[in-house]
Ligand binder design. Structure first.
Ligand code: SAH
Ligand code: SF4
Ligand code: F3S
Length: 439
């Protein structure tokens, strides 16, 4: 009889890719993907805890399964990911949702198969949260869902301990995969037909630090040297480790997109210091200058936090002025969310919610107006996009150019995974609309 799985993913690309690995494990056990959670024999929640609302979102969805589980007793519900790895959270989850069958931490992904088999033999919930990160496990075959892009982990964990951030606590210390394994994976994916490779790590620039392996710029170069037409991206870069060597490699290789995600978080030196980011506003602007020196048209995207403890109106204005100065092509904007166990959560100068809310609205308005202005300059231009998907609601295909700009267009045939020239006819806010140009 067919057995089905359904995975709900929260959080970052790291988690998206980990869900592909979970799918690979489930496929190995004979499960197939299904469209609706109601049809699943195993439902997995791959959670995130970067902000409180990410946690609440997961709690809400797990809560909604109570009724289904009461009707469908043999269904296995498994909860994994960053939320479960927080100290004490597995017990809280177990008490709150006693019908959850398996709770596994971020360091337990490699034993998920065992945990499922254990659960199938036992009535009790199986809870496994490994505290230490353990060895990197090679050789698992993810079931990829993001064609034509393929995610490849290069590092796991983080050593930076930005004062607001939970990631180092739930993902452990930074570990790097061996470059030969990364390059072999990229080669195989390109041979299989993937058209975009995205190298993933919390701080890719510190790849293989303190080891005998090659540096991140060398790794990028070697992946770019693989034969075939494809795009190469990476995320995330930490500004403190963003080097001239890296900029030179990006500039020298057409395959590496001229689109860099460089999270700044704040434009105020006092706040950057309190965040433990280990660079100043001036350092950051110098990195942008360096990037523009070698790659004048390089797009830069960023992450910004408002309402960090102690953020004054002047600090916030510094963030606004930095956004104006850099001209980011887009930015992810967040209201600071205290995370238990982090240094910032203990600070006694937390910002009232209404102040943060009004700041985020002003920031979003500025970021969007920058993006709209940049988009409008595209009208009349022809850009090369990689077609990524089909939008059912719009009845249009969509793709991105190397700068990450999204364009919609019509096509009589399926063109997902193809590079196409699109003449941009109009700009609707952030996204562009155009027509395929035959060459
Ligand atoms: N490793 C990456 C980002 C990981 S988390 C980096 O260092 O850039 C993604 C983004 O979430 C961060 O860049 C930050 O802007 C945001 N973030 C992290 N912790 C947060 C918190 N406690 N409250 C609000 N935003 C947060
Ligand atoms: Fe979090 Fe900072 Fe590490 Fe990014 S670099 S994951 S923000 S601690
Ligand atoms: Fe990613 Fe969320 Fe974990 S952002 S690393 S899934 S806490």
């Amino acid at each position: 009889m067919d057995k089905f799985y359904y995975i709900t993913t929260y959080g970052c690309q790291m988690n998206v890719h980990e869900s592909e690995k979970i799918a690979g494990i489930l496929a190995g056990l004979g499960y197939r993907a299904c469209e609706k959670i109601e049809d699943a024999d195993i439902a997995v929640f791959n959670t995130c805890c970067i902000r409180e609302n990410a946690e609440n979102h997961a709690y809400g969805n797990i809560g909604m399964l109570k009724k289904l589980k009461a009707k469908k007793k043999d269904m296995i519900i498994a909860v994994g990911g960053c939320l479960t790895q927080q100290i004490g959270k597995a017990d809280i989850l177990h008490k709150k949702f006693p019908y959850v069958d398996i709770i596994f931490g971020t360091h337990n992904l490699n034993s998920l198969e065992e945990l499922i088999l254990k659960k199938q033999k036992s009535k009790k919930a199986v809870i496994e949260i490994e505290e230490s990160e353990g060895e990197i496990c090679e050789g698992d075959a993810p079931l990829r869902t993001s064609y034509p892009n393929a995610w490849i982990n290069i590092t796991y964990g983080c050593n930076n301990f930005c004062s607001y951030c939970i990631v180092p606590y739930v993902r452990g210390r930074e570990r790097s995969r061996r470059s030969e394994n990364i390059i072999a994976e990229a080669k195989a994916l390109i041979a299989e037909g993937y058209k975009e490779i995205t190298l993933l790590g919390q701080n890719v620039n510190s790849y293989a630090n303190n080891t005998d392996d090659i540096t991140f710029p060398e790794l990028l170069q070697r992946v770019a040297d693989i034969d075939g037409k494809f795009r190469l991206r990476f995320m995330t870069s930490h500004p403190k480790d963003f080097s001239e060597d890296l900029v030179k490699v990006i500039a020298a290789n057409n395959k590496i997109c001229n689109d860099v995600h460089l999270p700044v978080q704040s434009g105020s030196n006092a706040i950057l210091k309190a965040m433990n980011r280990r660079y100043t506003r001036e350092d950051y602007l110098k990195k942008i200058e360096l990037l523009k020196k070698y790659i004048p048209d390089c797009a830069v995207t960023t992450d910004l936090i408002v309402g960090f403890p102690g953020e004054t109106e002047e600090d916030f204005e510094d963030t606004l002025s930095l956004v104006r100065e850099v001209g980011f092509s887009s930015a992810f904007t967040f209201v600071y969310s205290p995370r238990e166990g982090t240094v910032a959560a203990k600070m006694d100068n937390q910002i009232p919610e209404d102040v943060s809310k009004s700041r985020i609205m002003r920031l979003v308005e500025l970021v969007n107006s920058n993006t709209r202005e940049q988009s409008s300059k595209y009208v009349g231009r022809t850009v090369e996009v990689l077609c990524e998907d089909y939008d059912d609601k719009k009845n249009l295909y969509l793709g991105r150019d190397e700068y990450g700009r999204m364009a919609y267009f019509a096509s009589p045939s399926n063109v997902i995974g193809e590079f196409l020239n699109i003449k941009i006819q109009s700009a609707n806010g952030i996204s562009l609309v155009g027509n395929i140009v035959k060459d």
